[in-house]
Design a protein around this ligand. Sequence first.
Ligand SMILES: [Zn+2]
Length: 218
Amino acid sequence: MSSLAEIRRTVSDLHQELVRNRLVAWTSGNISARVPGEELVVIKPSGLSFDELTPESMVVVDLDANVVEGEYAPSSDTATHCVIYREMPEVGGVVHTHSAYATAWAARGEEIPCVLTAMADEFGGPIPLGPFALIGDEEIGRGVVQTLSGHRSPAVLMRSHGVFTIGDSARSAIKAAVMCVDVARTVHLARVHGDLVPLKPADIDALYDRYQNVYGQR
Ligand SMILES: [Zn+2]
C-alpha cells in the first residue's frame, strides 16, 4: 500500500502530464488521488502554477473536503472531487480540465457520439454530457456521479464547463482525460467536413470488451 508521502509525490508529478499533454492553461485543471484504506484524498493546492507544485504543497483533505494536512488552501474543485470519492468507492483518482476540444462539445451542450474505434475501446460508447452547475459547492460532483454511475465512460463533459474523468488510480484518470481530448479533436474535425458515421452498438460492445479485457500486456 502506498504511503501518504508517495501519494503526495505521485499527485504532484502527475500534474506535469496535464502540462505535457496541453490539457491546461494557467492554473486551471487539477488531479486528486484517494489514499487507499483511509478516508483521505490528496489534491492540488488552489492557484499555484504547475511548475510550483511539489509533494509538500499538495493538500490532504477528508471526504467532506476539510483540510487535514497542508499549508495551502485546496483546489476550488475539492468539494466536487470529494463527492465523487464518497459516492463512487471504486474511484481512486479524479482529473478535471478545461481542455479545448472536449470543452467545445460541453460549450455546445453536446455529448461526443461514438464514431471511432478508439472511443469504443476507452469509453465504451459516447462521452456523455453532464448538467450545468455552479462552481463551489457539491452540485458539480453530484452531476458527475449521476452521469457516470452505470455508464462505461470514465469521462463526462460538464455542460458549459469542462471535463471530469475518473479511474481506479490518478494515472488512469489522466489517461482518460488525454484520450477524451484526443477523440474530441478528431470527431470535431470530422464533423467540420461532413456527417458522422455512428458505430453499431454490437461493434462498440466487441471493441470495448477486447480493449478492456484482452489488449496490452497481461
Ligand atoms: Zn473547472
